[in-house]
Design a protein around this ligand. Structure first.
Ligand code: SF4
Length: 520
């Protein structure tokens, strides 16, 4: 179905089935479309065409989800790719936009391009780390919280999705995800999409958190048809934030060996079972990953319809799920890592986490110093008098920037971003996060270790400090803006005393402190 001149004349308006399904509370599917620089555009469109026909037959398939730089850092621009797909599919896709190696200015141009192309749905992510890290510069990451707020403030009609990775098995990294979700919702998220996962208890926990915090935002689960080969690829390339346990991985390899013919059908049946389980839990839809053919799509539909009759309730579903993870000789796969942390207390088998003494002392000391030197204290009056009128990038500012870095680099790892946010980030500098994230963790942690593998995630540390200081609500409600490029390498002190520091949006502070006292 080629694009007609009528559309160019604005007569033909593609359906936004994602928005319609959200509004009507109808369970919906989107099909993930990985746009890669390897595939020439025409090939992709031909592939899309066959799917379009399938779409016409299945009302719950709301359209495509067009990824952003999943294969390589040079994949085609998702907005351009989504426009092509929209024009062929006749339905509004979900455009993934990730902030990796992009600035506020880049995002503003993408928003303009979205508007010009009449595209209506966006999934805003910070994104995984660049496949190839530039040697001559530090790549910046526009974080999702700032992007969501920017998009909603300037294009309020856009349907904005944001991401959550509930598949975290340490208290700190798990709570860092859930608390940051609060910020994404306050920034204007219309619906949430989880990371790919295989642990139904974590899918359930995410809904439990939403309910506990009274967040009335639809949740969509990212579901992958996980084959033995795909599991090898993901573990070899360490796809950030996706947990495939040794047990589950081994199970898939054995399954493929024992049942080479039936393995694809067993994988689809497990995928169908998971989708059914998610629908039973109350998820609003699924984003399907690694479904590449119409036949797979149709088989999945038939399987779900069949299993829905066989497993009408959670008990029968649990039994069927367990069976789908069992091989002869009673080899049962466990998609959950050992010593896993879960929010609801009866599942905990780890002591609750607390900040080490040195972090607690540092936090209190810095809080007092900040108040004395930069807030109400005598120090603030003196310092303000000395530096308040120094302008950015002036000669005096260069000297002051060096003094600021001299003092703060050894203390906090300061890189003089020009917009100090230490008072809002538990005195842990966001620049010590390789992605420079201030509002909370990306989805790439593993056992509290940073996606970059060389440190503990700073947001796990921040969580412990905030918990012990009883200020977890700051991690859930304080929206910290992104650093404008032009502020970098200047002193943050003069703007601070001119009230031109970071404009923190605290408007969401209407909820009680989250209670995470699991084993007290
Ligand atoms: S420190 Fe945390 S948030 Fe930053 S890149 Fe590492 S894992 Fe992500």
């Amino acid at each position: 179905m080629a694009i007609s001149a009528d559309y160019l004349a604005g007569v033909f308006r593609p359906q936004n089935e994602i928005r319609n399904a959200l509004r009507k509370g109808r369970f919906f599917w989107t099909i993930e479309f990985v746009a890669s620089s390897d595939h020439v555009l025409n090939d992709d469109l031909v592939t899309v065409d066959s799917f379009v026909r399938a779409l016409a037959r299945r009302p719950e398939v709301a359209g495509f989800s067009v990824t952003d730089r999943v294969h390589s850092d040079d994949d085609p621009d998702p907005v351009m790719m989504a426009k092509h797909i929209r024009d062929h599919a006749g339905t509004q896709p979900l455009v993934h936009w990730s902030g990796k190696d992009r600035s506020i200015t880049d995002f503003e141009s993408s928003l303009e391009a979205m508007s010009a192309a009449k595209l209506e749905n966006m999934l805003l992510l910070t994104g995984d780390k660049l496949k190839i890290t530039p040697v001559d510069r530090r790549p910046r990451y526009l974080e999702s919280v700032s992007a969501i707020k920017l998009a909603k403030d300037n294009y309020p009609d856009l349907i904005i999705a944001s991401a959550l990775n509930p598949f975290k098995y340490r208290e700190e990294e798990a709570m860092a995800q859930y608390l940051k979700l609060g910020k994404k919702i306050y920034a204007g998220t219309d619906f949430v999409i989880t990371q790919i996962g295989f642990d139904i208890k974590k899918f359930e926990e995410a809904l439990f958190w939403m309910d506990t915090r009274d967040y009335r935002v639809p949740m969509v689960a990212n579901v992958m048809a996980l084959t033995a080969a795909r599991s090898r690829f993901i573990r070899k390339n360490q796809l950030a934030g996706v947990t495939i346990t040794d047990s589950y991985h081994e199970f898939l390899q054995q399954e493929a060996e024992l049942f080479p013919e039936q393995a694809p059908a067993r994988v689809l049946r497990r995928t169908a079972l998971l989708i059914l389980g998610l629908r039973m839990l109350g998820y609003s839809g699924v984003q399907l990953t690694a479904i590449h053919t119409v036949d797979q799509l149709m088989t999945l539909h038939k399987q779900i319809d069949y299993l829905a009759k066989k497993c009408p309730d959670r008990v029968s579903w649990n039994k069927a799920w367990q069976e789908s993870l069992t091989l002869p000789k009673a080899f049962i796969a466990n998609p959950v890592p050992g010593k896993a942390w879960y929010m609801s207390s009866h599942m905990v088998n780890r002591p609750s986490s607390h900040a080490p003494l040195k972090d607690r002392i540092k936090y209190r000391t810095m809080k007092w110093s900040h108040s004395f030197l930069f807030d109400q204290g005598l120090g603030a009056k003196v310092l303000s008098g000395l530096v308040k009128n120094i302008q950015r990038h002036s000669k005096a500012d260069k000297i002051l920037e060096r003094i600021e870095r001299l003092i703060k680099a050894p203390l906090f790892g300061c890189e003089t971003c020009g917009m100090c946010r230490l008072a809002e980030t538990q005195y842990i500098c966001p620049e010590t996060c390789p992605k420079g994230l201030a509002n909370g963790a990306c989805g790439g942690t593993n056992d509290n270790t940073c996606e970059f593998g060389d440190r503990e995630c700073i947001h796990s540390r921040k969580y412990r400090i905030a918990k012990d200081a009883n200020v977890l609500s700051q991690l859930e409600h304080w929206l910290i803006p992104a650093v404008p490029d032009e502020a970098r390498q200047t002193s943050s002190w003069p703007p601070h005393f001119r009230d031109e520091g970071p404009d923190i949006d605290k408007s969401g502070m209407d909820k009680p402190e989250p209670d995470i006292s699991s084993d007290e």
